[in-house]
Design a protein around this ligand. Structure first.
Ligand SMILES: [Zn+2]
Ligand SMILES: [Zn+2]
Length: 138
C-alpha cells in the first residue's frame, strides 16, 4: 500500500497515511464553512491505524463542537486542520488539504459527493462559474 505524506503549513506537524481511503466527502454544512473559513470541508475517511505520526502531535489541539458530531484538530502554530479520530477511535478523518499531493499521486478515491448541499455558501454557485487563472489574476 503506497503512503502519502501530509502535514501543516508551518511544518511542525507531519504524518504519513496509507493511500487506502474508504470515503471522500465535500461537506458544505454551516459548521464546516465556519471552521475552514471557506466554502466546504474536504474530508477523507480511513481506518485509524493507517496513519503514522512523524512529528508535532504535541502541537495539535482538538475542538469538539457541542451538540453535534463534529470536531476539528489543528496545528496550534499555523491553524492547519490535520487528521483526527472519530467513531470511538475506529475511524480517522483526514482533511484532504493537509496531504502533500503532486501530479504523480492519485488518491484511491475521488470526491464522491457534496453533502449538506442545501447549506452551501450563497456565493458558491457563482464561484463555480468564475474564471480561472494559473496564479494571481492579470
Ligand atoms: Zn503548523
Ligand atoms: Zn460539514
Amino acid at each position: 500500500m503506497s503512503k502519502i505524506t501530509g502535514g501543516c503549513l508551518c511544518g511542525e506537524v507531519k504524518f504519513e497515511v496509507s493511500n487506502d481511503f474508504s470515503q471522500f466527502h465535500l461537506c458544505h454544512c454551516a459548521q464546516c464553512q465556519k471552521i475552514t473559513g471557506s466554502a466546504h470541508a474536504a474530508n477523507l475517511f480511513c481506518q485509524s491505524d493507517h496513519i503514522t505520526w512523524l512529528s508535532g502531535t504535541d502541537k495539535t489541539k482538538r475542538f469538539d463542537y457541542p451538540n453535534r458530531y463534529f470536531a476539528r484538530v489543528f496545528c496550534t502554530e499555523c491553524g492547519t486542520g490535520v487528521p483526527y479520530l472519530v467513531n470511538k477511535g475506529k475511524t480517522l478523518i483526514v482533511p484532504a488539504g493537509s496531504l502533500e499531493l503532486d501530479e504523480d499521486t492519485v488518491l484511491n478515491v475521488a470526491p464522491q459527493d457534496n453533502i449538506f448541499w442545501h447549506e452551501r455558501a450563497p456565493w458558491y454557485d457563482a464561484a463555480l462559474d468564475a474564471p480561472t487563472f494559473a496564479g494571481f489574476p492579470k
